[in-house]
Design a protein. Structure first.
Length: 415
């Protein structure tokens, strides 16, 4: 059964062992395309937050992550610190990531995938040195368990360290493991979309985002960063995510959607420009500049001005900008006199065009071919059109995309 979307909620009260168990299952999930993780970490000690991030690195992005995930959303995040992301990247780059996670010694034997026999004894409680704790009843499963991964294995001991999907760390007897002929696991290359959403509290920390994107951004086509304290420039994002097609940036005063189109993979056009989406006036000035490539990339804008100066800057921008397709403005109640001024820009033609339907093209071409079958005297001049001329005709036949402008008051939608 293929599931389109799964949402997992991780409260701060969750024991670390339960988070590890969930992450070990996510790493091999073959039934989920889109995963949303809500991380409630405000009251957690920093060492636990770091543990969560290292396990997310393992489950979602490391060489062991071979799930079917195409889209990941991590929301309600409180901290993404530089120190957290340094540990995160260590797991990603590790040749033996389980040894990094458990701080265990390097084994003589490589990690191997195996099936654990039904009814096998599983040690599941360990001290900080990774030694099994006495006094705990072992786990016994009345079924076999596939995709068990050995690690830190000396190749001869009776008991073997294993990672059990959905349960976490354990030790099992070697005799109860049936090893696969080939244990090579390819990392997940399907991941194309990532969203990081912060809880937007004033003390949230976002300075680790550049390190995170450097570590995981290469495969991404779509990226969303949502947080009022974000401080990262567009060029840094594109350098880390060279295949990005769409970028959504959501800040305290504005949300912008950029589509890079022909710029995809090219850094040079953006090397000397930036977009301040936390300053309405600066953002309006950027979007008014026809020579700024970023202005041409912004297709959607949602903005929350708080002063006359900001509203006037937005009105001036709409007079100049012909590439914005969608604009949504939330106006404070005391400035509602501006509503009619913004409505004038609704349905304004833009420089974007709607694609001519395949049906229309086929109808035109069929008419040309029909003319060519008649006698020379009956042939229309249309039948002499070259492919190049046909392409030009199709180009002129398209209609412009009309801008949508929506205005909202702080209390109600007004048009």
């Amino acid at each position: 059964l293929q599931l389109e979307r799964v949402q997992l909620f991780f409260p701060s009260s969750m024991p670390a062992a339960d988070f590890v168990a969930a992450a070990s299952a996510i790493a091999i999930s073959q039934t989920v395309k889109k995963l949303e993780l809500s991380l409630i970490t405000q009251s957690l000690p920093q060492i636990t937050i770091r543990l969560w991030w290292t396990w997310l690195a393992y489950a979602l992005f490391s060489k062991r992550a071979h799930s079917s995930l195409e889209c990941i959303e991590i929301v309600k995040v409180h901290h993404v610190t530089i120190a957290d992301m340094e540990k995160f990247t260590q797991v990603l780059s590790a040749e033996h990531p389980e040894e990094k996670l458990f701080d265990s010694p390097h084994g003589e034997s490589e990690e191997k995938l195996a099936t654990l026999a039904r009814g096998a004894t599983i040690r599941w409680q360990f001290n900080y040195r990774g030694e099994p704790l006495p006094g705990f009843e072992p786990l016994l499963f009345p079924f076999s368990v596939p995709s068990v991964l050995t690690f830190s294995d000396d190749g001869v001991s009776e008991w073997v360290n294993v990672l059990i999907p959905g349960y976490g760390r354990g030790q099992v007897q070697r005799v109860n493991l049936q090893f696969r002929e080939s244990s090579e696991v390819k990392a997940n290359t399907r991941l194309k979309s990532l969203k990081i959403g912060f809880n937007n509290e004033s003390n949230s920390i976002t300075n680790g985002i550049p390190l995170l994107l450097t570590a995981v951004g290469h495969s991404l086509n779509r990226l969303t960063l949502d947080g009022r304290n974000l401080d990262i420039d567009i060029c840094t994002i594109l350098r880390s995510c060279p295949n990005l097609v769409e970028l959504s940036l959501c800040g305290a005063v504005a949300d912008v959607l950029l589509k890079f189109g022909n710029y995809c993979g090219l850094l040079q056009p953006f090397s000397e420009v930036d977009l301040d989406w936390n300053n309405v006036i600066a953002l309006s000035q950027t979007l008014s500049n026809d020579n700024n490539p970023l202005a041409k990339c912004v297709h959607h804008l949602r903005v929350r001005p708080v002063s006359d100066a900001e509203l006037n800057a937005l009105l001036d921008m709409l007079k100049q900008n012909l590439t914005l397709k969608y604009v949504e403005i939330t106006i404070p109640a005391q400035f509602q006199r501006h509503i009619e001024n913004f409505r004038k820009f609704n349905l304004q033609p833009t420089h974007h065009t709607m694609k001519l339907s395949l049906k229309s093209k086929a109808a035109f071409i069929s008419a040309v071919e029909e003319n060519q079958t008649g006698s020379y005297q009956q042939r229309s001049p249309v039948s002499e059109l070259s492919q190049e001329l046909l392409c030009k005709i199709f180009t002129f036949a398209v209609s412009p995309v009309r801008r949508q402008v929506f205005v909202r008051s702080e209390h109600a939608y007004v048009g």
